[in-house]
Design a protein around this ligand. Structure first.
Ligand code: PEP
Ligand code: MG
Length: 876
């Protein structure tokens, strides 16, 4: 039997999202639930993938199926495609498995032509609506299918408005719309050298192909990378009978959420416009009305809509985001999906739904994206500074957070300034999907037009970025690089601050304070802690970071990078003395200076961790990193150290390596300079002894971790230095304090020889940064330059330094864990590379049964939730 690539809405259901995409599956589900959904069919994601496999062509058999389903749609609706007497008009819309709002393309009103329009105008008695629909179709088709500039079409409209002295689009009459149709077609012909196509069937196939193509447009690719969506999912395409929100004053269109997506409050939340098409609401071109006002304008449709919202939320057990259209007073549902929401709203909705008995705590935990918590962990405005700041305008609180930055007016500027390390706020008339990279680069977004559900608001919420929208008091002069509000002028580069929770805009930089975990957040994280199996540690090198991590729920430190402690004040001097020392005596003298400083560092960290375990990793980077390289800096340092510049330059030169990442670093330093490992051991052991004296109930047992080990003999060699030093001190102090020596697994050889290494190591910590670097042979520092080409070529979807490469590097981790455990069943296993804070990687290592992950302080809450989600998924 030939493969089925097309499904009628009434052939599918919500479980078929992989095949039908989210939109298609949910349209099918709503049809199944008996809701008023205009008829249509879905072309599957498999068809999209086949389109790409076939060299960007829709195969004959898929085309055949599409036409068959078009026939069925005609029968179902009693209308005919291209027939002036009773025309069927359709929308062609994308719909991937995961929602990617605004990232791909849509074409509305397809099926309209000169004849169809003329007859529709006569029959409906509403020529304005017909020609408005027609000009919109030409605009969308030209942009999406043919790639013509959207801007030029807007200019043509503006020119006509100026000619007629009209401000508002709604004041354009039927004849004006006809003029626009004519002008648009002329522009089309002028640009493409051919007439605007008249055959609707051919148009439909081209539109479907354009939607497939839009899966790989720049913004969709960027969105996928940001949201971990694999490129091989493909998009489905939905072809659906048009219903019209722009047919008159008893027509309208809107979007609504079953709860407030910014705060989570349990009230219907949405916006609509009468006499408009869907794009008008989301594009933020007109500022829409609140959904509650619909009650007066279209009471019946409103009541039906409220009931549907309630049914859908109970059915999906999640907050829904819906699109609807009212055609001559009749309600139609065009979409439902789980609504994107701010982190704050996500937590409130999860907690409320548990309290309402709608979901259990496991379901609540799975409802919140771990990555989203990030937005709650960053600073908020300091209350006093906020009171003192001047509010220049108040608009819609579209996405919460505190943003403070210098004004820029375009996405390109935002990207460029952010690359220069500047904090910027992007101020726009309205945003469009092309702005997504600039929005990501900015601290916050301020738009003049648009509502709470406009593109800017939806995308900002998705990114956890602060957004204030619909600031109608503002006028922008982009050319001059200025905006004006209530008599004040702000120039490009001026500081402003946005409060995305109140919608207030301040005319200066406002001070911020650190976030805290309380209320719904605290309650939710407690559920996560009860559910997870993995322990969560942090990577921290200062008491301040350590304390922050504890406040965020860290249960210990999995990695202290001791070299980070060497850079300040007297320590950098002492380490430089050590590096340039010529005799063992000079070396010992330098190390003797370092030891108490290092010991004090460790004591500070132990104090901050209040008895929680701390893994100290011994010196790792090549020594040249501690010396300057520029001749003038070498000369300055030489003068400071009382040596000749040439002499110091000779030391710098002697440390030069062609490939330092694979050079004299890690435990290799301890093999050549045992004094360093000895000094660090003394510092750790003495620090722990001191702290144990101060806090006897903490019973610290130092964990000493040796980096970049590749062989058992090497491990034993360095461990012997550690043991001899530690035991000598313990004997002198008459202490029976235990300490533990383990190794990082960072070179592939260590992973393979883990069975042997476990003879001498009490724990393994997977240093997945180096392990990824050495497994791929990609330099950690340089791969960013060429990986984008790998994404473009679809060789890799993701940065393997951010998301663990499960099939390659993961295989090494699995092997090492198995071999290590075979030798030492109680070996403690963890991950301390960047992947320790990445939800996807956490799920993978939970599956391997590792004991802990360790990540930077700000990722600790994310890791706690990701570990809970992993445990829930693995218990199913
Ligand atoms: C690692 O390699 O994963 C690691 C944690 O060590 P570093 O990043 O300090 O090299
Ligand atoms: Mg490393």
């Amino acid at each position: 039997m030939e493969k089925k690539y097309v499904y009628l809405f009434n052939e599918g259901n919500a479980d078929m999202r992989e095949l039908l995409g989210g939109k298609g599956a949910n349209l099918a589900e709503m049809s199944k639930l008996g809701m008023p959904v205009p008829n249509g069919f879905t072309i599957t994601t498999e068809a999209c993938n086949k389109y790409y496999d076939d060299g960007e062509a829709i195969s004959e058999d898929i085309q055949k199926q599409i036409y068959e389903y078009l026939d069925i749609l005609e029968k179902e609706t009693g209308k005919k495609f291209g027939d002036p007497e009773n025309p069927l008009l359709v929308s062609v819309r994308s719909g991937a498995r995961a929602s990617m709002p605004g990232m791909m393309d849509t074409i509305l009103n397809l099926g309209i032509s000169d004849e169809v329009a003329a007859s529709m105008a006569e029959k409906s008695g509403n020529p304005r609506f017909v020609y408005d629909s027609y000009r919109r179709f030409i605009q969308m088709f030209s942009d999406v299918v043919k790639g013509l500039s959207k801007k030029r079409f807007e200019e043509i409209i503006d020119e006509l408005k100026a000619e007629k002295g009209i401000k508002n689009d709604l004041d354009l009459d039927a004849d004006d719309m006809k003029v626009l149709v004519k002008k648009f077609k002329e522009f089309y012909k002028q640009e493409l050298g051919e007439d605007f196509p008249a055959d609707p069937k051919a148009q439909m196939m081209e539109a479907i192909e354009a939607v497939f193509r839009s899966w790989n447009n720049e913004r969709a690719i960027f969105y996928r990378q940001q949201n971990d969506i694999p490129s091989d999912w493909g998009t489905a395409v939905n072809v659906q009978m048009m219903v019209f929100g722009n047919m008159g004053n008893d027509c309208g269109t809107g979007v609504a959420f079953t709860r407030n997506p910014a705060t989570g409050e349990n009230t219907l939340y949405g916006e609509f416009l009468m006499n408009a098409q869907g794009e008008d609401v989301v594009a933020g071109v007109r500022t829409p009305n609140k959904i509650s006002q619909l009650k007066e304008i279209a009471p019946q449709a409103f009541e039906q809509f409220v009931n549907i919202c309630d049914t859908l939320e109970h059915h999906y057990k999640n907050m829904q985001d819906m699109e609807f259209t009212i055609e001559n007073g009749r309600l139609y549902m065009l979409q439902t999906r789980n609504g994107k929401r701010t982190a704050q709203a996500a937590l409130k909705v999860a907690c409320d739904m548990v309290d309402e008995g709608l979901i259990n705590t496991d379901e609540a935990l799975l409802m919140v994206e771990p990555q989203q918590l990030d937005s709650l962990l960053h600073p908020m405005f300091d209350a006093d500074s906020l009171k003192a700041a001047e509010v220049i305008t108040t608009a819609l609180p579209a996405s919460p957070g505190a943003a403070c930055g210098q004004v820029v007016f375009s996405a390109e500027e935002a990207i460029a300034e952010a690359e220069n390390g500047k904090k910027v706020v992007l101020v726009r008339l309205e945003t469009s999907p092309e702005d997504i990279q600039g929005m990501a680069a900015a601290e916050g977004i301020l738009t003049v037009r648009g509502g709470m559900t406009s593109h800017a608001a939806v995308v900002a919420r998705g990114m956890g970025e602060c957004c204030v929208s619909g600031a109608g008091d503002i006028t922008i002069d982009e050319e001059k690089g200025e905006f004006y509000v209530n008599g004040q002028t702000f120039k490009r580069g001026d500081w402003i601050s946005l409060d995305g929770s109140t919608g207030k805009v301040y005319g200066q930089a406002v001070k911020t304070v650190p976030a805290e975990i309380s209320g719904d957040f605290e309650r939710f994280m407690k559920w996560a802690d009860d559910r997870r199996r993995l322990q969560i540690r942090t990577n921290a090198d200062t008491p301040r970071d350590a304390a922050q991590a504890v406040a965020f729920g860290a249960e210990g430190i999995g990695l202290v990078r001791t070299e980070h402690m060497f850079f300040d004040g007297d320590k950098i001097k002492a380490i430089r003395e050590m590096i340039v020392s010529k005799t063992p005596e000079q070396m010992d003298a330098a190390l003797a200076k370092l030891e108490p400083l290092q010991q004090a560092d460790f004591e500070g960290i132990y104090e901050a961790m209040e008895g929680r375990p701390v893994t100290v990793r011994y010196l790792d980077p090549p020594l040249h990193e501690f010396l300057p390289h520029k001749p003038e800096e070498v000369a300055d340092l030489a003068a400071e150290m009382g040596m000749e510049a040439e002499e110091l330059q000779a030391v710098v030169d002697s440390l030069h390596e062609v490939n330092p990442m694979m050079g004299h670093r890690g435990s290799r330093l301890a093999v050549s300079n045992p004094g360093i490992a000895k000094m660090q051991t003394e510092a750790v052991i003495r620090a722990a002894l001191n702290i144990n004296k101060k806090h006897p109930d903490w019973n610290l047992e130092p964990e000493i971790m040796l980096p970049l080990i590749g062989d058992l003999k090497e491990l034993k060699y360095v461990k012997k230095i550690v043991d001899e030093t530690a035991q000598k001190i313990l004997a002198e102090e008459g202490s029976d304090m235990k300490y533990h020596v383990g190794t990082m697994i960072e070179v592939p050889r260590a992973a393979l020889k883990a069975g042997e290494l476990a003879e001498a190591a009490e724990f393994f910590s997977f240093g997945t940064n180096d392990l990824t670097q050495l497994t791929f042979g990609f330099s950690r520092d340089d791969a960013g330059n060429f990986l984008p080409e790998y994404y473009d070529a679809k060789i890799y979807d993701q940065d393997p330094f951010a998301r663990l490469d499960q099939s390659g590097v993961g295989e090494l981790i699995k092997t090492a864990a198995e071999r290590g455990r075979a030798t030492r069943p109680d070996i403690h296993l963890g991950v301390c590379g960047e992947h320790g804070g990445d939800p996807n990687s956490i799920e993978f290592v939970d599956g391997l049964g590792l004991d802990y992950v360790s990540c930077s302080p700000y990722r600790v809450p994310i890791a706690r939730l990701a570990a809970a989600q992993a445990a829930i998924k693995h218990s199913k």
